[in-house]
Design a protein around this ligand. Structure first.
Ligand SMILES: [Zn+2]
Length: 274
């Protein structure tokens, strides 16, 4: 059994403030260690369920946060960016299950630690076939394109609620209860590690028994983006096939999630910073 573990940072044990996820701060050095710890707990759980091939994909910021010297040697690490499938690099038809560690709620969620969708300076709202989409839905839909189910999502209480709303039958582990965008009741890593390990084991077990359904979005797939500012939509509109649907919004229709995913990323680059 091959398991892909995509690890973001905002939903990691103890992360509440922007300084915790920003590589230029001294505080960040503590939290990349905790990020590695949450990933290790998921690796141990997947292994206990019988996973033989485990790939960890670093999915936050520059995507070189995880400390490879502290990573469980049962897994290999995809580190760095950019990479073709970004937060989902490593996904493909050979993967049996995907796990999302340290994820966060979509833009416009409250109270949620650092709610955003891909870029908090670029994206106000995003939709997939008319449904509000955050990173959980976007990344699960790409996994679904390869018929890979997402079996576990960890993060704060709104990230795990969103995961259940989008994916239905999915294991979740809530490592903190957000009280605001930058404040939460946090469980210490000694508490969250066994919770994540147990959830990963039971999720991977279900995947092994083929009890999990992939999140498949039927074509044609309409991607909608409402940017923060009109100038961003103006730049994004240059994309071939893009339709300007409002001062701040564009739409793009694709036939499969792999091309929608690439187009999404190109839109964000095109729109640029404010
Ligand atoms: Zn992130």
């Amino acid at each position: 059994m091959k398991v892909l573990i995509s690890v973001d940072m905002e939903g990691i044990t103890g992360v509440v403030s922007l300084s915790h996820t920003d590589h230029t701060t001294a505080e960040y050095q503590r939290f990349r260690r905790l990020m590695t710890g949450d990933a290790n707990a998921a690796i141990e759980g997947a292994r206990a369920a019988g996973a033989t091939d485990i790939v960890v994909n670093d999915s936050h910021g520059n995507m070189d946060n995880i400390l490879i010297e502290e990573l469980n040697p049962a897994a290999s690490l995809i580190s760095g960016s950019p990479k073709p499938f970004s937060m989902m690099e490593g996904i493909g038809p050979d993967v049996d299950a995907a796990i999302f560690i340290g994820y966060h709620a979509r833009a416009g969620s409250a109270p949620a630690i650092h709610d955003h969708t891909w870029s908090s300076t670029t994206i106000y709202n995003a939709t997939l076939n008319g449904k509000l989409m955050g990173e959980i839905m976007l990344n699960a839909a790409l996994a679904g394109h390869f018929r890979v189910p997402v079996v576990l999502v960890t993060g704060d209480q709104l990230a795990t609620t969103e995961a259940r709303e989008v994916l239905g039958d999915v294991e979740t582990a809530t490592v903190k209860i957000a009280r605001g965008r930058s404040a939460a009741d946090c469980l210490p890593p000694a508490k969250t590690a066994p919770i994540i390990r147990q959830a990963a084991q039971s999720a991977a077990q279900k995947a092994l028994e083929r009890k999990c359904a992939p999140f498949v979005v039927q074509p044609p797939i309409t991607l909608g983006i409402e940017f923060m500012r009109s100038i961003q939509a103006e730049r994004a509109e240059l994309m071939p096939g893009a339709k300007r649907t409002g001062a701040r919004s564009v739409e793009w229709v694709g036939e499969d999630m792999a091309s929608v995913y690439r187009t999404w990323r190109a839109f964000v680059y095109l729109a640029g910073s404010p």
